[in-house]
Design a protein around this ligand. Sequence first.
Ligand SMILES: [Zn+2]
Length: 306
Amino acid sequence: MDAQRTLRRQVSCYGIGLHSGNKVRLSLKPAPADFGIRFRRTDLGDHEVPATVHNLAGIQLATGLARNQVSVETVEHLLAALVSTNIDNVIIELNSPEVPIMDGSAAPFIYLIHEAGIRRLQAPRKYLKIVRPVAISRGDKRIALYPSDHFKVTYSISYDHPLLRHQSRTLRITEDSFVDEIAPARTFTFLKDVEMLRQNGLALGGSLENAIVLGETGVLNNALRFEDEFVRHKILDAVGDLALVGYPVVGHLVAHRAGHALHTEFAAKILDETHAWRLVEAPMLDGPALPAAIPVKGTAAARLAN
Ligand SMILES: [Zn+2]
């Protein structure tokens, strides 16, 4: 059995909110088993917003959550970093509505998590193992999950832009593959959209320091981190949005031209389609639903997990 994990100690950083341009303090704090991932607004009496599909709100250019009129925005890169490093339980404190954008990737959050260190907890992790396909299509946008022994993502994108006619990548997501291949990939935007965003009071904190900007024929930034950094970033976004399911998913995610709206609609659909998955305590387990699948119980299981 795999044990649930949290951080060993508290870590903090400062950054700016992509849309507001305001300075934000972000702290990650250890949390007990079965606590889950919860945002806490220190500027609003420590009001908590758990990172689940039940609190989805305001999905446009980024993924937002809200509970009792208290919101947190742009959560997906941080969530991707947490679930990919197998952090099940953590308190995310923010003194502003927006998670700081940092460099537009998940790499700074990986650095923070590694700084904090990992602590194993005395409780088994539960995985959501896909046993039947689940899919959504909206025009030419598609997203689906198929049974697989591992968490794997295949993503393809195509835009009306000479650099982005077609990019596709398949990757088995592990802590190592995510850290090396996906976390450094930055968010991207088109120059023609930047003006429109600014006129609407959005992306006020956006710059070449935290996004790849595509002009008519090429990128305005000096260099890309990967030749196919764009599709890698889409994988990053999908991993972060899928975290809202609340369990690590074991299955093959296949997405074409999707985005936050479709990713998050899909995360909610997965939870609704209870015949399509089982909760298991080991990702390779194919057996019946959870209670019958545990060979040992209680403290023995917890001891084994450690
Ligand atoms: Zn993103």
